[in-house]
Every structure is written in structure tokens, then in C-alpha cells.
Ligand binder design. Structure first.
Ligand code: CTP
Length: 423
């Protein structure tokens, strides 16, 4: 069976399984614990079976009996409850056993304390031990006082979890139980359920593909402390990497300077200058089936950067020479099946410039976007653009960089399929 045939079969199986999804719902001790009952009902309405795990503090807010009655099964509350046995009379280690046939662990509400435990690998209660022992996807929906949510410690823990691939359904803004108004309220059940179902049903349609992604802005030294740089944050590249990983691809991430952090599951190679990026990209090109050049590469470098810090003068003239175009070399040196995608970040004539770059660079796809607005493009979390190929022009209206990444990867997957069907 060819690889893409077997992939379609896997997708079919995954979709079928979604209809009989098994969810572990971890409930922590916060005032929003009662809302977990509504969430449980929402999961059931969508056809899922739910196993509830509660922390000791959660039991102070809602009794396990409520969740047992709603879910139709015993609630897991303690690492020390009597162990069950399987058919062969072997003891089940419950916090390990519980994730074996489950599709996803959802922690809602997740307290600040549970985020600390999960971020640092604590396993001193049933829920944190389950999170540590399981290899299934995890979704957390935090709820807490606004100041606790905004605290750098909480934000750092959330960032650690995000980096590890945990999906975080951010709390909503509104009136909080403590009387304050702000971010901290548990997201609505349908919002959490949407995310959970999309995580589990996420098509692993890029299994077997290796995607080389460049991201961030290169820096060209002027002297040991100064450089020519640009405003690229690397967020688009990171969104592409995260999405590609979720869809089953291997990712080689060649990152220049960036503010966003690279997912730990990538093979990450850090570079500074355009020349360094060029040599890494060309060396790794044979490993990749898809190349996405999201980096903002400096067009010029300084001829002979000063060996010592330059001193202030009336005026300074820098001699610059052009960097080679990495994308064009990738197109020339790629093997026949490799898909190459470039970006055109423009401030005017976006469509014309995008079409020109599609023609002159020879890429299979150019993602043209307008970076003249401060709220989309560079540094922002949202993006909008036009996917330009020889065959079609697809407008992607303003959306998150993750959604944009999904569009680009879906295009790449179809292009690969098309090439396979022709050979
Ligand atoms: N690119 C590259 N190597 C360069 C310059 C750009 O690989 N030396 C890639 C970028 O990663 C991006 C695409 O080419 O995918 C377009 O980059 P852009 O800076 O918009 O294009 P330029 O060729 O520099 O065109 P111009 O400066 O005229 O807009």
C-alpha cells in the first residue's frame, strides 16, 4: 500500500474514533469547579464518554457524587484508593491505567497551583500524576483571580506547558467570583469542547513529511555590538512549526533572531546572519519534503564589519553588499518532489509584489501579506494574506497565525499529493 493510501486509512480510523471519544476530565479546586459539570454534559452531548478525576481541593467545592452521577462512573480522587484488577487479576496502577484507552486529558478548571505542578512535573495527587504519566494530548482551561492569572509566575508556567504542546484555552474576561473584573473566568463549555474535539480529531495528515522552516530576522553585524536587523518576531514560523508537529510532521527549524520560542519537539538550529542561514538550509535541504521560508532575510551585509566597537563620529558610511537569495538557491537545488514556499511581506502593491516574487523566485507558493498595519503581520499574533501559486490565488482573511499556518500546510499537503499522483 502506498504511504498516502495508508495515511487516508489512518485518517478514517482517527475520525471514527472521534465519535467514541474518551475524555479524562480533571477538576481542580476553584470556584469554577461547578462549571466542570456543565462541561462534562457538553462532552457527553457531543458523544464522548467522560472519566472524572478530582483533586482534594475540588472535593471541597463539589462532591464526587455529582460527577459520578453525571458521568456514570466512579470518580478518581486519590492515589491511594484501592487498586482494581484486570481480567488476568493483575493490579492496575490507576493513574497510569486511566490514560491507556483515553484520547485526551482536559484539566478544567485548572488552578494556578495545578499549572505549577504540571509545568514542573509534580505528581503528588491523582490528577498531576495522571498528567505526568499519560502520553495523550492535554488541554488546560485555567480559571482564577485576575492578578493570579496575570502574575509572571503563572504566565511562565503556561508558556512552559504551551512549549510542550499542551493546548491552553485562555480564560475569558468578565466579572470574577472575587468581585474583580478582568481575565480569569473559565472559558465557556462550548469553547473548551471545540478545542478538545479539534485536538483529538486533528488529522495527522503530515506523518512522514519533514518540513524545513526558516523563521525570525537575520542580523548582519556592523561591529561587535551593533547590527542591521528587522522587526520579524518569528511568530509565523513558530505557528507553522507547532501546526506541522500537531499534524504529524518532523520539523527542522532554522531560526534567526526571534522573540517567539521554538517548540521543543523541533530539531532547532540557531543562526545569526543570512550567510549562516544559507549554509544550514542548503545542507539540510536533502532531508526535507517541504521547505517554508518564513524568515525575514537581510538583503545586505556589511562589507568587513569593524572588529572593535565603532566610536561616534560626525557621520558614518557603511558599505553593504547583497546577500544571495536563499529561496532561489533552494528552488534550484531541490529534488523533484520537494515543495518550496516563500513569503512576501509587503507594505504596498501586495498582490503585484507577491506575483512578481512567485515568478522570479520559482517557489511553488508565495504567501503575500501586508505588514503595513501594526496589528497584523510582523510581531502580531494575527495575519492575513494571499496564497499565490501558478494555479490559484486564495485569499486568507484576517485570522490567527495558527489558522494561517493550517491553510499553508493544507496547500502543501495537496501539492505533495498532486506530485505523487503524477509520478
Ligand atoms: N529570501 C531569501 N533570501 C534572501 C532574501 C529573501 O530566501 N536573501 C526569502 C524570504 O525568506 C522570503 C522570500 O525570499 O520567503 C521573500 O523575501 P523578501 O524579503 O520579501 O524578498 P526580496 O527578494 O528581498 O525582495 P524585495 O526586498 O525586493 O522586496
Amino acid at each position: 500500500m502506498d504511504r498516502h493510501h495508508s495515511l487516508d486509512r489512518q485518517l478514517h480510523v482517527a475520525n471514527q474514533r472521534g465519535e467514541h471519544m474518551k475524555i479524562i476530565l480533571g477538576v481542580c479546586g476553584g470556584i469554577a469547579a461547578y462549571k466542570a459539570a456543565e462541561l462534562l454534559r457538553e462532552f457527553q452531548r457531543r458523544g464522548a464518554t467522560v472519566q472524572v478525576v478530582m483533586t482534594a481541593n475540588a472535593e471541597r467545592f463539589v462532591t464526587p457524587l455529582t460527577f459520578a452521577a453525571l458521568s456514570g462512573s466512579q470518580v478518581m480522587t486519590s492515589l491511594w484508593q484501592p487498586a482494581s484488577t484486570d481480567d488476568g487479576q493483575n493490579f492496575n496502577i490507576e493513574h497510569i491505567q486511566v490514560t491507556q484507552d483515553a484520547d485526551v486529558l482536559v484539566v478544567a478548571p485548572a488552578t494556578a497551583n495545578m499549572l505549577v505542578k504540571m509545568a514542573h512535573g509534580f505528581a503528588d495527587d491523582f490528577l498531576s500524576a495522571t498528567a505526568l504519566a499519560g502520553t495523550i494530548p492535554i488541554v488546560v482551561a485555567p480559571a482564577m483571580n485576575r492578578h493570579m492569572w496575570d502574575h509572571p509566575a503563572t504566565q511562565a508556567n503556561v508558556e512552559v506547558l504551551r512549549q510542550r504542546g499542551v493546548q491552553v484555552v485562555a480564560p475569558e474576561s468578565g466579572e470574577l467570583a472575587c468581585g474583580m473584573v478582568g481575565a480569569g473566568r473559565l472559558a465557556e463549555p462550548d469553547v473548551i469542547a471545540d478545542r478538545v474535539f479539534s485536538v483529538v480529531k486533528r488529522a495527522k495528515d503530515l506523518i512522514g513529511e519533514t518540513i524545513l522552516i526558516t523563521a525570525g530576522g537575520t542580523r548582519e553585524p556592523i561591529d561587535p555590538v551593533r547590527f542591521i536587523g528587522n522587526r520579524s518576531s518569528g511568530k509565523m514560523g513558530v505557528a507553522l512549526a507547532e501546526t506541522a508537529l500537531e499534524r504529524g510532521a518532523k520539523v527542522i527549524f532554522v531560526g534567526a533572531f526571534m522573540t517567539a520560542s521554538v517548540p521543543s519537539q523541533c530539531e532547532s538550529i540557531q543562526v545569526t546572519t543570512a550567510e549562516e542561514m544559507e549554509s544550514v538550509v542548503l545542507a539540510r535541504l536533502p532531508d526535507a519534503s517541504i521547505v517554508i521560508m518564513a524568515a525575514a532575510v537581510s538583503d545586505y551585509r556589511v562589507v568587513c564589519p569593524a572588529p572593535e566597537k565603532l566610536k561616534k563620529k560626525e557621520s558614518l558610511t557603511l558599505e553593504l553588499e547583497a546577500n544571495r537569495d536563499i529561496l532561489r538557491q533552494v528552488v534550484e537545488q531541490r529534488s523533484a518532489g520537494t515543495i518550496v514556499i516563500g513569503f512576501a511581506a509587503e507594505t504596498e502593491n501586495v498582490l503585484d509584489e507577491g506575483r512578481r516574487k512567485l515568478r522570479t523566485k520559482g517557489a511553488d507558493l508565495i504567501v503575500a501579506n501586508d505588514v503595513s498595519h501594526s496589528d497584523s503581520g510582523f510581531e502580531a499574533d494575527v495575519n492575513e494574506g494571499i496564497l499565490l501559486s501558478q494555479q490559484e490565488e486564495q485569499v486568507v482573511p484576517r485570522t490567527s497565525k495558527r489558522e494561517m499556518a493550517d491553510h499553508i500546510l493544507t496547500w502543501a499537503r495537496s501539492a505533495i499529493h498532486l506530485r505523487h499522483s503524477r509520478t
